[in-house]
Write a protein that binds this ligand. Structure first.
Ligand SMILES: [Zn+2]
Length: 180
């Protein structure tokens, strides 16, 4: 994951890295800016894990409870470590209002990045979006290989390079590969 960030080669511009592989302890070795931790409930984790199972995974279904227990333990450790480090923690309740989560994350990101430069519209922004799309594509393909199934289309970011553009193009892995 950090290899992907370094490969983007945009020094001086903050990079927003997201993923369950990150930990407050490890973050200190590569992120001098800030971090924000989203932590959810057992009920939410259980629902997400059950939804992610593909048909025929009966053995995996039996493991879900053990995994949920592990998730809760990891969540509690993350919360403690993040608070220890003075980082923001956003609780994601079972009946989440994503607008509230978005507002909390946006505020934390804006505060952390206020003093930094931004990518310039045009080639710089466009090439960063391409890089991000390629990283997402690689992760999706790896996950598809792992579960032995094809995932639904992912909304890849528009690469027009216009500042503030939030357009996306949904594509399956096969479709993305065909256009790359
Ligand atoms: Zn665009």
């Amino acid at each position: 994951m950090m290899g992907d960030v370094r490969a983007a080669q945009v020094p001086g511009v903050p990079t927003l890295v997201e993923g369950p592989q990150l930990r407050p302890g490890a973050e200190a070795t590569w992120s001098p800016i800030d971090s924000i931790w989203l932590i959810t409930t057992a009920e939410r984790t259980r629902t997400a894990r059950l939804k992610r199972l593909v048909a025929g995974e009966d053995a995996a279904r039996l493991r879900v409870e053990a995994l949920v227990e592990r998730d809760q333990l990891i969540g509690a450790r993350l919360r403690a470590a993040a608070l220890d480090a003075g980082s923001a923690v956003v609780e994601v309740p079972t009946d989440v209002d994503w607008d509230c989560v978005l507002a909390a994350v946006r505020e934390a990101v804006n505060t952390a990045t206020a003093s930094f430069g931004r990518l310039r519209p045009g080639r710089e922004l466009s090439s960063r979006r391409r890089h991000e799309n390629a990283v997402v594509y690689r992760q999706i393909v790896a996950h598809e290989r792992h579960i032995g199934a094809t995932l639904p289309a992912f909304p890849y970011a528009c690469v027009c390079g216009r500042s503030g553009c939030t357009d996306t193009t949904p594509a399956t892995s096969a479709e993305f590969e065909a256009c790359a």
